[in-house]
Design a binder for this molecule. Structure first.
Ligand code: DX5
Ligand code: ZN
Length: 216
């Protein structure tokens, strides 16, 4: 099973963002995870289209853009044009999720849906065949550096069963509180992509941390 790493630049030093992208470029990371927050869906504001566009100019890994925003439909084309390879929208922000997923795929990029910690994986039963990836939040979205929510393990197991049954190519990504310990259990239970922010950029050697996380 695929084991991939998506470092989140939310935890990078924004005064040296280019340096953080360089580290990711030279590492075994598979994606650059970009956390976009609007201060409405989540209680924090991070960065948006202009920053993603600059990141894409120097990033050698595909951009995995996590939209924690209301009305994501409005921003699919701008983020695609800014360089996104994968766009993740939150289930909780989409009244017409099937249509939104269609819009993302029409742009020729990968479509992913994110579930908050309180949203059961069962809500994906009738959309899973359309998805390239599902992102499970293992913290409440809005901030880096939070404690991992243990119930996420059960959600990975449930989602793995659904995916194996209905759409085996779909990836399972997990976001929040990832470290060597939680990361190993997540991979062992069937996750494919681990997002890690503070654990990577708060470490002395981010490149080594990425490599070790990949092979826990
Ligand atoms: C939280 C973001 C995460 C965050 C993870 O809202 O979606 O991607 O950066 O941060 P850590 O790895 O520090 O928990
Ligand atoms: Zn994220």
């Amino acid at each position: 099973m695929k084991r991939l790493i998506a470092p989140s630049i939310l935890a990078a030093d924004f005064n040296n963002l280019g340096n953080a992208i360089q580290i990711i470029n030279e590492s075994e990371a598979d994606f650059v995870h970009c956390d976009v927050m609007d201060g409405l869906f989540v209680p924090n504001i991070s960065f948006g289209i202009p920053v993603v566009k600059q990141v894409s100019k120097i990033a050698k890994k595909p951009l995995d853009v996590h939209l924690m925003i209301v009305n994501p439909d409005k921003y699919i084309v701008p983020f695609k044009e800014a360089g996104a390879s994968v766009i993740t929208v939150h289930y909780e922000t989409c009244d017409h999720l099937h249509r939104t997923i269609g819009h993302i795929k029409e742009q020729g990029i990968k479509a992913s849906v994110c579930l908050n910690p309180h949203t059961p994986v069962s809500v994906l039963e009738d959309i899973i065949i359309e998805l390239d990836m599902v992102l499970l939040m293992s913290v409440n979205p809005g901030f880096g550096g939070q404690k991992f929510i243990e119930n996420t393990y059960k959600k990975v197991v449930d989602l793995r069963a659904m995916i194996d049954n209905k759409n085996p190519d779909c990836l399972i990504e997990v976001d929040g509180g990832v470290n060597y310990e939680t990361g190993k259990s997540l991979f062992d239970k069937g996750a494919n992509v681990l997002v890690a922010g503070s654990f990577v950029f708060g470490s002395n050697n981010p490149k080594e941390t990425i490599a070790k996380l990949k092979s826990v």
